[in-house]
Design a binder for this molecule. Sequence first.
Ligand code: GTP
Ligand code: MG
Length: 372
Amino acid sequence: STQLSVGQLAELMKRNSSEIIKFLFMLGNMSTINTTLSDEDIELICMNFNVTPHKEIIIDEDDIEEQISNRVFDEKDLVSRPPVVTIMGHVDHGKTTLLDTIRNSHVTSGEFGGITQHIGAYQVSVSGKKVTFLDTPGHEAFTAMRARGAQITDIVVLIVAADDGVMPQTKESIDHARAAGVPIVVAVNKIDKAGANPERVMSELANEGVMPEEWGGDNIFVEISARNGQGVDDLLESILLVAEMQELKANPKTLASGTVVEAKLDKGRGPVATLLIQQGTLKAADSLVVGSAYGRIRKMTNDRGQELKTAGPSMPVEIIGLNEVPQAGDVFMVYDSYKKAAEIAQSRENKKIERERNATSARSLEDMARMI
Ligand code: GTP
Ligand code: MG
């Protein structure tokens, strides 16, 4: 390991160490300028601060400095990227219906592939601009990703049924968005229903501190019917507006890194992972490490099952070629050779075994203490 401290990494990254301490604190880790960072921490920090972690900084201790500075982005390489949006809200308030409506109305009919099966993320085009939607299976996935420090959502669409109002999971969603520091766009749904009361939703949300713009707040509210499509285009325009203010950027000119959105074992194809690319450009035969899994991509497809040669920032892709199934929320990183990827995965696996062994011996010490 590199034995790099917070202060040393900050210096190499040309950042203030307080920024790194704050970032680690948000992940639940207390640190000081002298704290030695784990390899995982270094990776997460690099990702968070737009530093490309594409060359392994861990293995060769002699030229750490040069390698890290290689990863630091030049401002001039950053280009704007599409926003990544998560729809959250209470059970039955219309998340799935909205995702389906958006997807169906923004895919050209007859397009090759068409809409096939469920995929954890997809991208649509709105007035010529792209928006990526994450179809997170629920709050748990969001929490798991956050716990790993993988911040992947730029905007939360908070969906509230106008015939039901603010409910427990509505509040939970607000908390998630706040903890992640992500702006909220409110979709007041089911306005086609007889019992719909959008005014009530507005005042209930205002009570939670989510204040409509027309009442002097920061949040855009859009009335929609996810079922019949009314207002959905307005919602998409509002998302683009918020995204524009965020000035989201990424560097497409580097080896790719990002986050696993979902993964499963397919009987015929082996481990299949949906990846969200956050930095760099992913190429069809790239070698990557994901947690302790690794492999060379055998096939890369988009959300419509079309095969891709390359994919850039904010693109969701499905890949096969990993040796095992990674977890949602795992960070993935491309390395410049298969050999390197295998080495890193192996060293992570070893560390994991060592950690588990240490945990076991700690437990038996406790047991012994109890016996005395
Ligand atoms: P969970 O995944 O279980 O949390 O629910 P969800 O938020 O995904 O809700 P879903 O999209 O499954 O919608 C729940 C029910 O509300 C379904 O029967 C939908 O058809 C209905 N629904 C969703 N949007 C609308 C709408 O705009 N108008 C009306 N009338 N019904 C809607
Ligand atoms: Mg649903």
